[in-house]
Write a protein that binds this ligand. Structure first.
Ligand code: TXA
Ligand code: MG
Length: 318
């Protein structure tokens, strides 16, 4: 791939980022969950470049981000369930997978050939300003090389994408720190990826039980999970004691090298998880042993990411 000089754009200069998008370029930008790697969702060439920059298998579809509800509704078949969920959680960290509308202008590469589209309206003020100025859908996976830890600061983006994308817009540290909750609405409502909006919150708003796709959150069987969110270090989960040579990532009132939340607060742990994994990798940790995290509410989303980070890596098989 031809090398690109990656610029840092401050949040006052969003017009520069928008003009790069209009020209088919790639700009990473902050959202309340993680930084996204954005491109014009209607532009086949620009979307193809996302897959190339990430090194992502092209069958893995992308989320499209919007500022305005009317723009979302033009691309998907809207439903009553989508309406109540959007009223309750948008703008915010919820992605809905809906049937693609006949007249959708999205590049076919965005949904990787599926008859559905994942849509989200982020709450981060910089993301909203960018999307409003752009005036359409921006396809954006997390702004990291495929399989690696998601970025919650602009430095994390540059760590793996410098020279592969045109720019990153500065927006400080992401508040939520975990990717959005994804709910599939093409059939019975099903959580496809746990996130900071919990199943209980969604069930309350929909007034009905919601399924969870089985492998999501299956920390008891990391062998079933595709490796993802992986640091360079190996991971040992549910560590109640520490072995020699391990770097200790604690939760709650434990003696450790770095703590996700010394008070046992799951929101704080979610916000710091990826940043702590980045920091421990930078320090050259070989094995990261992680304290048990309660598997309820937001803990379920944290355990989902930890389970994938600990899953066998492709190079383990050779
Ligand atoms: O918080 C987030 O959602 C971040 C920020 C940047 O918005 N984005 C993000 O994107 O996490 P990404 O590409 O890393 O994850 C997208 C997930 C993938 O697991 C993909 O399989 C799923 O969404 N997805 C996208 N379109 C889908 C579809 N049509 N049907 C089912 N799953 C879909
Ligand atoms: Mg990702």
């Amino acid at each position: 791939m031809k090398p690109t000089q990656t610029r840092r754009i401050t949040s006052e200069h969003t017009a520069d980022a928008v003009s790069i998008w209009r020209d088919g370029g790639l700009v990473a930008f902050p959202t309340e969950t993680v930084y996204g790697l954005g491109a014009d969702a209607t532009n086949d060439h620009a979307v193809a470049r996302i897959y190339e920059a990430k090194g992502r298998p092209s069958f893995n579809p992308l989320i499209v981000h919007f500022a305005e509800l009317d723009d979302v509704k033009a691309q998907v078949i809207w439903s009553d369930q989508a309406e109540v969920l959007s009223k309750a959680f948008w703008p915010g960290p919820l992605t809905m997978v809906l049937p693609l509308a006949d007249g959708s202008k999205m590049s076919k590469l965005v949904s990787a050939g599926l008859p559905s589209l994942a849509v989200r309206m982020p709450a981060h003020p910089v993301a909203r300003a960018l999307l409003r100025d752009f005036g359409g859908g921006i396809a954006a996976p997390s702004a990291n090389r495929s399989g690696q830890i998601s970025p919650t600061r602009s430095d994390h983006v540059l760590a793996t994408l410098d020279g592969r994308i045109e720019a990153v817009v500065e927006g400080g540290a992401c508040d939520e720190g975990l990717e959005s909750t994804i709910i599939g609405l093409t059939d019975t409502p099903t959580i496809l990826r746990p996130g900071t909006i919990t199943r209980a919150q969604i069930e309350q708003v929909l007034g009905q039980p919601v399924a969870i796709r089985e492998e999501a959150g299956a920390i008891s069987a990391p062998g079933q999970l595709a490796s993802h969110y992986a640091p360079n270090a190996r991971m040992r989960l549910n560590a109640t004691d520490w072995h020699d040579g391990e770097t200790r990532l604690g939760f709650g009132d434990v003696d450790c090298d770095l703590n996700l939340s010394s008070t046992g607060d799951l929101t704080e742990a979610a916000a710091s998880l990826f940043a702590h994994l980045h920091d421990l990798d930078a320090k050259g940790a070989k094995v990261i042993a992680v304290s048990p995290i309660p598997d309820k509410g937001l803990g379920r989303a944290i355990n989902d990411r930890l389970g994938r980070a600990a899953a066998p890596r492709p190079d383990d098989q050779v």
